[in-house]
Design a protein around this ligand. Structure first.
Ligand SMILES: C[S@@+](CC[C@H](N)C(=O)[O-])C[C@H]1O[C@@H](n2cnc3c(N)ncnc32)[C@H](O)[C@@H]1O
Length: 197
């Protein structure tokens, strides 16, 4: 077995043992620990939330006084009092109204782990993932408070620079990260963004 496959299996096994819905949970967990990205009492929005690994990590970090609102095309099977899940396309015109209803106030943290159905044609997958990221970022503007933080998954490629520049205009600092749970061979990167203006 290749080292990268073994690493993927290791996180998958760990997720099963620790009760996380996906090994993706560890990608967020690493940045939550490193940057205190989510604090107790925070309101968090999570785009591309299914099956729910990030929702679980955000729910634990935000605690009983916080709230996490997840959005995905797919349903989420989680029953925690501080998680609300909305089954929707992030591009649906009705989503803004649903988010307004679900949120008690503007969010402290915005998360996006959106991925299109990957076709294996890298350029096309990259373009489609960046389109999703841009759509998420444009909706974020109305729902994230000034001073809030964010984390975006981005497929590396031709439009990576443009995406990073777009976020750098909106946040004081944008940090590129590659969490340990993300395979080296995969072109996904995570942009951790601080202090929304
Ligand atoms: C990598 S998975 C997310 C994993 C999740 N963060 C976790 O920790 O379990 C990417 C998700 O993006 C969702 N997605 C893709 N396009 C979407 C869209 N247009 N609207 C909403 N969700 C979308 C997919 O349904 C998929 O569940």
């Amino acid at each position: 077995m290749r080292l990268e496959d073994a690493k993927r299996d290791q996180y998958r096994r760990l997720a099963r043992e620790e009760g996380y819905k996906s090994r993706a949970a560890y990608k967020l967990l690493e940045n939550v620990r490193k940057y205190q990205l989510i604090k107790s009492g925070d309101v968090v929005i999570d785009f591309g939330a299914a099956p729910g690994g990030w929702l679980q990590v955000a729910s634990e970090a935000a605690g009983d006084s916080g709230l996490v609102v997840g959005v995905d095309l797919e349903p989420v099977d989680l029953n925690e009092p501080n998680i609300v899940s909305i089954q929707s396309d992030i591009r649906s015109p009705e989503l803004a109204v649903k988010l307004e209803k679900a949120l008690p106030r503007k969010a402290d943290v915005f998360l996006s782990d959106l991925s299109p159905q990957v076709m294996g044609t890298w350029d096309l997958d990259h373009y489609r993932q960046i389109d999703l990221t841009m759509a998420a970022a444009s909706l974020m503007g109305g729902f994230l408070r000034k001073g809030g933080n964010a984390m975006f998954k981005v497929f590396d490629g031709e439009r990576f620079g443009e995406t990073r520049a777009m976020l750098s205009k909106q946040f004081r600092k944008v940090q590129v990260t590659k969490p340990k749970a993300s395979r080296k061979g995969s072109a996904e990167l995570y942009l951790v963004c601080f202090d929304f203006s």
